[in-house]
Design a protein around this ligand. Structure first.
Ligand code: ADP
Ligand code: MG
Length: 261
């Protein structure tokens, strides 16, 4: 049974998509069967993994609302063991159309249940909102990763997100855990970056991943190649950091990868 991890923060530009595609690729390189679900209408994970969103007809949304079979829309990627449920712009209208559906918060959970057994990990890239699609993702998930950028206002909005998580734990998904808070875009030369690390660690203690993602130009270039960073700069510090994160998560979840032998 695959572990479902949502990558969420309603703040834009904190590294959700970068984390979703590169963590998923790293788990796949460790030979875990991994599915990444693009649940953002901006479809950055879809294009980042080499698929043109303009050519996509069905996304997770059509599975949730129109009953499209998720198995029929799963795409392969350049990375072995890594598959993708793509997104496209129509996901924007989804929230409005879903408002009158019964169990509207549980649609994604029911869709994912159909393929959960086929994977070790299912990673959901959320949009920068706390709307119905993100609520669906958090209801479907076993845990959530919260990327926090090592920048000014790093903690801004985090209270609201944690409150939303609490409400979901109370009403919709009592088993939802915080997998970890992930510090992203860290710049060792900046005092501010180091201050943010200290502040977040002081506040959230062992909820914060040991692995810190550095600012790394290869990570920002990778979407233009349609590849995760590990596919073209495997020894670079961005790729190594996401591989370390994948190891940290695998160990935390008591999962052994075959490459460790
Ligand atoms: P989100 O999905 O939260 O909006 P993204 O992952 O798209 O955030 O990141 C926002 C921008 O920052 C993108 O241009 C991305 O390439 C860049 N970026 C993300 N993480 C890093 C990093 N560790 N180093 C350098 N650039 C990064
Ligand atoms: Mg994004």
């Amino acid at each position: 049974m695959g572990k479902v991890i949502a990558i969420a923060n309603q703040k834009g530009g904190v590294g959700k998509t970068t984390t979703a595609m590169n963590l998923a690729a790293s788990l796949a390189v460790l030979e875990f069967k991994t599915l990444v679900i693009d649940a953002d209408p901006q479809a950055n994970t879809t294009s980042g993994l080499g698929h043109d969103p303009k050519g996509i007809e069905n996304s997770i949304y059509e599975c949730m609302v129109d009953g499209v079979d998720i198995s029929s829309i799963i795409l392969n990627t350049e990375i072995e063991h890594l598959q993708l449920v793509p997104s496209h712009i129509d996901l924007v209208g989804a929230e409005v159309e879903m408002i009158n559906l019964d169990n509207r918060e549980e649609k994604m959970k029911n869709v994912i249940a159909k393929v959960k057994d086929n994977y070790d990990f299912i990673i959901i890239d959320c949009s920068p909102s706390l709307g119905l699609i993100t609520i669906n993702a958090l209801t479907a998930a076993n845990s959530v990763i919260i990327p926090v950028q090592c920048e000014y206002f790093a903690l801004e909005g985090l209270g609201k997100l944690l409150n939303t998580i609490k409400i979901i734990q109370t009403r919709l998904n009592p088993d939802l855990e915080i997998e970890g808070i992930l510090l992203t875009m860290y710049d060792v030369r900046l005092r501010l970056s180091n201050q943010v690390v200290d502040e977040v660690r002081m506040h959230f203690k062992n909820l914060v991943f040991e692995t810190i993602i550095p600012r790394n130009v290869r990570l920002s270039e990778s979407p233009s190649y349609g590849l995760p960073v590990i596919a073209f700069d495997a020894d670079g510090k961005g790729a190594v950091a996401y591989l370390n994160l994948a190891h940290e998560i695998a160990i935390k979840n008591g999962m052994k990868n075959t490459t460790d032998a």
